[in-house]
Design a protein around this ligand. Sequence first.
Ligand SMILES: Cc1cc2nc3c(=O)[nH]c(=O)nc-3n(C[C@H](O)[C@H](O)[C@H](O)COP(=O)(O)OP(=O)(O)OC[C@H]3O[C@@H](n4cnc5c(N)ncnc54)[C@H](O)[C@@H]3O)c2cc1C
Length: 376
Amino acid sequence: MSSYTPIKDIDQKLDIIDHVNQDHPEEVLAIANSYQTSSHKILAAKVLDIFEEGVNIEVQRPHDTDQVFAPFQIKGELEDQILYLAYAAIVKEGRDVSGNGKHFFEVTKKENITQNIVRISVTSATPLPEYYPAYAYAFLLKTMPAIPMSQQNNPQGKSWGKKLFDRLFIWLMKHLSPKNREKLLQSANKDVRLYTLRKSWQDEETEPSVNHGYIDIFTHGNTAGSQWANSLAINDVIMSRSESADKHKHLESGQALLIADETAYPALAGILEKWQNPLQPHVILFSSCPAEQAYFEKDCVVLPEGQVHQLICPPQQQAEQALEIIQTLTSVDVVWAACEAQAAKEIRHYIRNERKIEGKKNHTKAYWSLKTKRKG
Ligand SMILES: Cc1cc2nc3c(=O)[nH]c(=O)nc-3n(C[C@H](O)[C@H](O)[C@H](O)COP(=O)(O)OP(=O)(O)OC[C@H]3O[C@@H](n4cnc5c(N)ncnc54)[C@H](O)[C@@H]3O)c2cc1C
């Protein structure tokens, strides 16, 4: 690999490697499949390194481990280059670039759980994931009159129109200037917002059994997501275009540190509910307004006694305030955090560079950005 040009900004490179390995294993697998020369099936793939020219991926086959190099096909930011490789590989496989399928929900109840967090209770005709902590849906910001559930899925697979659209999208991504590509991505994701499945359960007493879920939305001003949440009414049908799980195996042992702002309270509540580590975690909770800190009590989630730091501050101060606390913690082995993008970046870098915690044990994510840049 030494013939390739190293990336100068090592922190940026490691951020991207950690992000794609933690959150996009399917896309990495699609890229590896697209560039492998062997006919043996790839079981798992992870990005080992990124160079100016492309990505080096480690692949696991039934009987050996190998490396595959995927050369970049477009110019632009590193993240866009990898995103394009993934999109192109997925389209080549004949799958839908917008995600792994649609899911419909029916709204059954709406209530305020804190001053600004709205709980949407939903049911679904198809099962919801049993392991729900931090499981997220990309919701389309629209509501529909109820439609028969039997029409939710398209058993014929991707229509020719969708295939054509996906190919055109990939072609445009390749040929547009980085600035126009950014615009295209933004407009494709304009009416989509990610929200977590706070909890899921099945009501076995009914016949057929009903799949229930909660979605908790932090509303803040007149934003599209907040307006959508506030406009929802009972019996509305809402739809997600893709969904993604989150992994927490790394939190099962060692001293954990968990950090969340209002948007990540639902994910954190799920993680705490399923806590398996004998050591209680340190928890840092941000909120812009004190009222939101009542979320966990209202939701009957027990916070670890004596290890919770409640920080009331504007999003711009999240990093500074969190780092002040983290510096006082003598032992931290594993981290899960989700908050504003710049804060997440500063916290992730501190954990990586000062506390020497590697990416596998440092899942620090951006859930939203003060400088909104939507890539889906
Ligand atoms: C995996 C994942 C799971 C998520 N789960 C949840 C969840 O369960 N509940 C939840 O409420 N959010 C959740 N989010 C965050 C949510 O998707 C974003 O906050 C989203 O930007 C909200 O869209 P919007 O239309 O309200 O604002 P946007 O249209 O995205 O932005 C409009 C303006 O509002 C600002 N803004 C956006 N979010 C916030 C905020 N939280 N505080 C202050 N200003 C903000 C932006 O900087 C921008 O200026 C999740 C995000 C991810 C990535």
